[in-house]
Design a binder for this molecule. Structure first.
Ligand code: TYM
Length: 331
């Protein structure tokens, strides 16, 4: 059975992009994989996090994941800092990865922008930690959204260089599992920008804890263009907002884009947005309600994470110990 690893930053409430691009596939992969899912709090502090908020958001993310259908008993769910193997392997990978490789990471460039000198060293070496997360478990399948592809390629480069430098065949190649649809959910305010927790406008994203009225309002206010919907997929060319909304409707209703356009082509955005709000609400509302119920019992959430960390550590510890021996650390 293939081992799956994936992570999400506990830096805010998971949004529809996180859900459709990643979490939904995590849930599906549980049926026939051994899965390890991680709240990556070490990654979170690469940008400033208020400590009390970080604690609360870690629990909130845990609740959303459980409410979405992650099985913490059959699979493993834990927070990264509770298993020290991640940080130990990340340090070794810091010494394997080349600066030139990190300089090419588009996500660092996007996040740091022009103010590069003022960002943490952690943000820069963030992809090395991500590689360590996966390799510490010798996981081979990594379900992620499109924005993480480059980091997975880098993880493979690091693993290959490690094997080469130390003359071993220790790490295997890993494979990004990016869904064919909704791999890049776009902002509701700008169809050329991805939906993101860090967008200043809450109207740009749908949070997995939004209630029905909030979802309906955000969809009604979503940016569109003045044309009616086209009757075929080619007609979405150059219409990023329309493409995003149609794509969302398709994935949520289990249709392909052409089927959606056969049904709704020629319609104005008013009725289409109503239909989209309905499918969104029917998918998100039960998750939001279950999240609220789970959040009432933080002791239970903490126990889930603690037990998950013990089981994760039992897998990662011997693997990372072996890496340390390969490197030449006296043990
Ligand atoms: P993070 O927390 O930014 O996002 C979690 C997951 O959600 C996906 N995602 C999206 N998918 C589609 N459309 C969007 N607008 C959208 N926004 C986010 C992301 O691709 C991701 O799969 N570095 C990672 C976390 C991480 C990780 C790992 C992932 C740390 N270690 C090891 C895999 C394996 C991140 O910041 O994800």
């Amino acid at each position: 059975m293939k081992r799956v690893f994936s992570g999400i930053q506990p830096t805010g409430i998971p949004h529809l992009g996180n859900y459709l691009g990643a979490i939904r596939n995590w849930v599906a992969l549980q049926a026939d994989h051994e899965c390890i899912f991680c709240l990556v709090d070490l990654h979170a502090i690469t940008v400033w996090q208020n400590p009390a908020d970080l604690r609360e958001q870690t629990r909130q993310q845990t609740a959303v994941l459980l409410a979405s259908g992650i099985d913490p008993v059959g699979q493993i769910l834990f927070n990264q800092s509770a298993v020290s193997a991640h940080a130990r392997l990340a340090w070794i990978f810091n010494c394997v990865a080349r600066l030139g490789w990190l300089n090419r990471m588009t996500q660092f460039k996007d996040k740091a922008g022009k103010d590069r000198e003022n960002h943490s060293a952690g943000l820069y070496v963030y992809p090395n930690l991500m590689a360590a997360d996966i390799m510490a478990y010798k996981a081979t399948r990594v379900p992620v959204g499109d924005d993480q592809r480059q980091h997975i390629e880098l993880a493979n480069d690091i693993a290959q260089k490690f094997n080469h430098d130390y003359g071993v065949e220790f790490f295997q190649t890993i494979e990004a599992f990016v869904p064919p649809e909704a791999a890049r959910v776009m902002s509701l305010r700008d169809g050329t920008k991805k939906m993101s927790k860090s967008d200043a406008s809450a109207q740009s994203r749908i949070d997995m804890t939004d209630d029905a009225d909030t979802i309906a309002l955000k969809v009604r206010r979503a940016k569109t263009d003045p044309e009616p919907l086209p009757c075929a997929a080619e007609g979405l060319e150059g219409r990023p907002e329309a493409r995003n909304l149609v794509g969302l409707y398709a994935v949520l209703s289990g249709m392909n884009v052409d089927q959606v356009l056969t049904q709704h082509g020629g319609e104005g955005f008013g009725p289409f947005k109503q239909a989209l709000a309905d499918v969104l609400i029917s998918r998100i509302e039960p998750i939001a309600n279950e999240t609220r119920r789970l959040l009432a019992d933080t002791a239970h959430l903490d126990t889930v994470l603690r037990e998950g960390a013990a089981r994760a550590g039992a897998i990662a510890e011997p693997i990372v110990s072996e890496v340390e021996k390969i490197v030449g650390f006296l043990k």
